[in-house]
Design a protein around this ligand. Structure first.
Ligand SMILES: Nc1ncnc2c1ncn2[C@@H]1O[C@H](COP(=O)(O)OP(=O)(O)OP(=O)(O)O)[C@@H](O)[C@H]1O
Length: 250
């Protein structure tokens, strides 16, 4: 059995009377991609926030790379966060910086003693790996939505994260660009041996990138398994309606 890089056990989180997570379990094994599906407000972000120590759970355990996140002091938590790359929905590039400067920024902040040349090589290597070496001196405003996403991924990868979190990676993109981003997620996995969690409403993205799915409904991971295990014979109406909506069946 492969090492668990994320292990959530009996995780509960409420905000007042709103019981968002009602005791959820989820494992992410080294090298795999788990897709978290669930309607808006289901608690996907809450789960991720607990994972990176931005929220504390009310009960249960969240272990990431062997560390009990809730028990970590600030320094250890910051060190753990550096091993987790977060690819945001809006790619979160700095508009006033060139692509090169955007990629340099995390290096300057987090990696000591890199020479100018070493930084340059890393930046070029990352741009190469997302297929956009020619954009190095461009501004984000000159890039397409898909290109911005790729640069966002490159900027995240530059710190060699062990775990990648992709939040709605294909939201707002046309179908062809969606497919390019899905392929990129898979390429990153192969090339950098990362383990990934993808949050999406897009079942094509889920099917193409995910080794396993976890469907969060009513505070529980209601259905877990491969894409076909979850959707081929879904009896749960809510799980089924996810599939029907995405693939226009009824
Ligand atoms: N800090 C907070 N204080 C109070 N309520 C919160 C807080 N964070 C999240 N919630 C509530 O918890 C619920 C789950 O929110 P969450 O952001 O995890 O949903 P989500 O599944 O990520 O949705 P979406 O797909 O729209 O991003 C929502 O009802 C939200 O209002």
């Amino acid at each position: 059995m492969k090492e668990k890089v994320v292990e959530a056990i009996g995780l509960k989180k409420s905000f007042g009377d709103l019981h968002v997570l009602k005791g959820v379990d989820l494992d992410l094994h080294r090298g795999e991609t788990v897709v978290i599906l669930g309607k808006s407000g289901a608690g996907k972000s809450v789960f991720i926030k607990i994972m990176v120590g931005l929220l504390n759970q009310d009960a249960g355990v969240m272990r990431v790379l062997g560390e009990d996140v809730a028990g970590l002091k600030t320094k250890a938590l910051n060190a753990l966060r550096l091993k987790i790359g977060f690819s945001f929905q809006n790619s979160a590039l700095y508009d006033s910086m060139t692509v090169r400067e955007n990629l340099e920024f995390p290096l300057v902040r987090n990696v000591k003693n890199l020479t100018r040349k070493e930084k340059q090589i890393k930046i070029e290597e990352m741009l190469e790996s997302v297929g956009l070496p020619h954009t190095i001196d461009q501004m984000p405003s000159e890039l397409s939505g898909g290109q911005k996403k790729r640069i966002g991924v490159a900027r995240t990868l530059i710190l060699n994260p062990e775990i990648m979190l992709y939040d709605e990676p294909t939201a707002g993109l046309d179908p062809i660009t969606c497919m390019e981003i899905n392929n990129l997620i898979n390429e990153v996995q192969e090339r950098f041996h990362t383990s990934s969690i993808v949050i999406t409403h897009d079942l094509t993205c889920a099917k193409v990138t995910g080794d396993r799915m976890a469907v969060l409904l009513d505070g529980q991971f209601r259905s877990k398994g491969t894409f076909s295990e979850v959707f081929a014979h879904a009896e749960d109406q809510q799980v089924k309606s996810f599939y029907d909506y995405n693939f226009i069946e009824s």
